[in-house]
Ligand binder design. Structure first.
Ligand code: MIC
Ligand code: SF4
Length: 751
């Protein structure tokens, strides 16, 4: 069955006309990203061209996807919006709340038992409002979306930063906070600053050990974790056509790690093959009729410098496999140099666990390439040195892999197959011994490797690589092993080498699945009731945030000056805290507990200026709130990088923080702060960060004149009586200022 074929057909029927109009209006050839964006304008063509990186534009996305950990908050907000049904096709996917401990079946059952209340809530809200529901065990949101919903040329948003995965099927798919999803589901326009465009020209063809993952690992090294901020990365060139559709998905998926708004590829044969293999021949036929418009114009790709803001060129033929990390996904090292760097930096050489799968790398092709290495271990009498785990991306991939004997191959080398879910990737990994906090190394094919992410241990050094490389490293058990050159000694004392991996793009016998895990919503959900118990520890109905008082904020205190990397994992940790994602007050107890306080170098230890004592961040902030004292959070560059979780904005807001002042923001987090009625501010002069003291008192002296494009002035009064005037920038447009004034965007929607 093809989901929402009517919507797709209707969209394609108008697409070429819209693109032609945009081309004529702009008077030049178009990139694919521009075609898709201009074909999804909320209103007709504007009077003048949008300014990339500057103009705020209203779009009309085709669909919305939400995962269980973010859907709770998104749907709690949607329920307050007073709509009967979602305005565009939307889906909920249960994947994040599933732990990885002993193995798929037991873990899934235990997770269902533990989170039953939440799954039932999501199922009944979905049923009521016309939302497609994918049960626990169905798979990871992005894999399920790629297999069922993504279509070339479409625009979708999703409450997860890796929504961008659908770029592998030629979409512009963007990760957002729940409040953005609420707008679209409520039938309102969705606003985005018109992105800049980065073109990546791929030449040559991958061979041997190099895989799609290495393309993005390399790009991450070039762009760093913030180099893609505010930009769409568009891949093109002859090399692009040689990459499978799911490989393209991997590349787009991890574009989130360079901060890119999204990444995409033009429609080609690989996508057609994938659409057909996943039962969507109708969509392939429709897309075939529009081939030239579902990719960038020839002139653009012939002269990319003229049409993109930045161009990167990569030769796939010479691209070496990479391993990125530890602690950040942009520390890219070609495999041949890992040993030297690891020795120099004292990274533990012994690999304890190799983990493959996740939404980034769990396609059939990935599984076959990894299995081809696992098979060799057995054939060549190699002992597997590390633990080895597999998390399939969807029930369809898992079922097919099992049918084709791939899971058996993994199990034969001691691999443990976890449930089709996020599991270890989101800290839902009950890793034995992690609490001892020993220094150790793991390698995985996921996308994120921030401190504590997988197992909660800050001393786990996590490295990211392709599934086949991770498999080889897990067999070798040594971080310095280069499978392209190095020998291993087998159980017979012989020296053996791996042959290069071999994969199948698509299953020869087709995909198969018995129960994909989908539950369709009721035609008319008006009789469905959704109950949230006031006693619940997992779910809590939302109270509107208070409106701005209308006065300048005076005498505010600095809750924390975060130093260095402060990702959403530092602001609102996942792992054990995922259980409170539907309960704002409970989850607020983890607010900023992972952030390093610049004043003392410690985490979760900040000064309470009211008592002069140090305490945990949430407790100190609750004390300020109780005393009616305003506070702000100060931070470094790329603050809020990582997840789309709006909890990272809602929690400080709930606890009474009024502003976040940083050197720079990650896109989704900045929007989330605005949506929740916070002040998201950036230093006009980065060095002012250093002037801020632990015992300062802060006055926002011209907040009453808050206006688009006009910096605000903050006066920091220091302990010695001196003052520093700090000019701060913001990116609020007029409607966004109204969100601040109303207390949140949702408060405006309810009016
Ligand atoms: C992640 O990869 O960090 C997550 C968990 O999928 C998040 C969403 C969340 O925090 O619920 C994301 O990427 O947006
Ligand atoms: Fe799940 Fe990890 Fe993918 Fe996030 S990155 S959606 S946690 S598998």
């Amino acid at each position: 069955m093809v989901f929402d074929l009517d919507m797709v057909t209707e969209f394609y029927s108008k697409y070429a006309t819209k693109v032609a109009a945009a081309r004529e209006f702009l008077g030049r050839p178009l990139t694919l990203s521009e075609k898709i964006l201009y074909a999804h304008l909320w209103e007709e063509l504007p009077k003048k061209a949008f300014e990339r990186g500057n103009s705020y534009v209203d779009f009309a996305p085709d669909r919305v996807a939400m995962q269980d950990a973010t859907a709770q908050m998104a749907l709690l907000q949607f329920m307050s919006a007073g709509r009967k049904k979602v305005a565009v096709p939307s889906t909920v996917h249960c994947d994040h709340l599933i732990q990885a401990r002993v193995g798929a079946t037991a873990d899934l059952q235990e997770s269902i038992n533990k989170s039953n209340e939440v799954f039932n809530f999501l199922a009944s809200v979905s049923n009521k409002y016309g939302i497609g529901f994918w049960k626990p065990g169905a798979g990871i949101i992005h894999q399920v979306v790629l297999e069922n919903y993504a279509f070339p040329g479409g625009l979708m948003i999703g409450t997860d930063s890796h929504t961008v995965n659908a770029g592998g099927l030629g979409m512009v798919a963007i990760g957002v906070g729940g409040a953005d999803a609420v707008d679209v589901m409520a039938g309102m326009p969705w606003e985005l600053k018109f992105p800049k465009l980065i073109g990546v020209k791929l030449t040559g063809q991958m061979n041997g050990w190099t895989s799609a993952k290495d393309v993005i690992l390399k790009v991450a090294g070039i762009l760093t974790v913030k180099g893609g901020t505010g930009a769409i990365i568009e891949y093109f060139g002859e090399g692009a056509k040689t990459i499978s559709c799911t490989g393209k998905g991997t590349i787009c998926n991890m574009g989130a790690e360079v901060g890119a708004t999204t990444s995409t590829f033009g429609y080609d044969d690989s996508m057609e093959r994938y659409l057909r293999a996943t039962g969507r021949a109708e969509v392939a036929e429709l897309a075939n009729g529009l081939r030239s418009e579902l990719t960038g114009d020839d002139e653009v790709y012939a002269n990319p410098q003229q049409y993109f803001d930045q161009v990167i060129e990569l030769d796939l033929s010479t691209l070496e496999p990479h391993l990125n990390g530890p602690f950040t996904p942009d520390l890219a090292t070609p495999i041949s140099q890992v040993r030297a760097l690891a020795e120099k930096n004292g990274w533990p050489m012994n690999i304890e666990v190799g983990l493959i799968g996740s939404c980034t790398n769990s396609s059939y092709e990935d599984m076959t390439r990894a299995a081809s290495i696992a098979r060799q271990a057995k054939a060549k009498n190699l002992r597997v040195s590390s633990e080895y785990t597999i998390t399939p991306g969807s029930e369809q991939v898992r079922f097919t892999a099992e049918r084709d004997g791939l899971l058996e191959v993994f199990e034969e080398i001691g691999g443990k197959v976890f449930a089709n879910a996020c599991g270890p990737c989101i800290g839902q990994w009950a890793r034995e011994g992690a609490d001892k906090q020993e220094k150790n190394t793991i390698v995985h094919s996921f996308n994120r490797n921030f401190s504590k992410r997988a197992d909660g241990n800050p001393n786990t050094h996590a490295f990211v690589g392709s599934p086949e490389l991770v498999t080889a490293l897990a067999i070798a058990g040594n971080l310095g092993f280069n499978p392209l050159k190095d020998y291993l000694t087998n159980t017979l004392g012989e020296k053996v080498m791996f042959d290069a991996p071999y994969g199948e793009e698509l299953p020869e016998r087709g995909y198969a699945v018995e129960d994909a895990g989908y539950q369709a919503p009721a035609e008319d959900g008006s009789a469905v009731s959704v109950k949230v118990s006031p006693q619940s520890q997992r779910l809590q109905l939302l109270e509107p945030f208070p409106a701005w008082t209308g006065s300048n904020i005076l005498g505010a205190k600095v809750l924390i000056k975060a130093q260095g990397k402060c990702t959403t994992d530092h602001i609102s940790m996942a792992g054990p805290w995922l259980r409170y994602r539907g309960h704002l007050d409970n989850i607020s107890n983890n607010t900023l507990i992972g952030a390093q306080n610049a004043f003392n170098g410690e985490t979760n230890k900040v000064l309470n200026q009211l008592t002069g004592e140090y305490g945990e961040v949430p407790a100190v902030q609750r004390a300020y709130k109780a005393a009616g004292v305003s506070t702000l959070v100060v931070g470094d560059h790329n603050y809020g990088e990582g997840s789309s979780r709006e909890h990272a904005a809602m929690q400080p807001r709930h606890l009474g923080v009024c502003a976040v002042l940083v050197k720079s923001f990650a896109r989704i987090h900045e929007t989330n702060l605005k949506k929740q009625g916070m002040l998201a501010l950036t230093f006009a002069k980065d060095s002012d960060y250093d002037a801020i003291g632990e015992r300062d008192s802060v006055d926002f002296v011209d907040l009453t004149d808050f206006a688009p494009g006009k910096p605000l002035t903050l006066v920091f009064g220091h302990q010695d009586g001196s003052k520093t005037t700090v000019l701060v920038n913001h990116s609020y447009n007029a409607p966004q200022i109204l969100w601040f004034k109303a207390g949140s965007a949702l408060n405006m929607l309810e009016k």
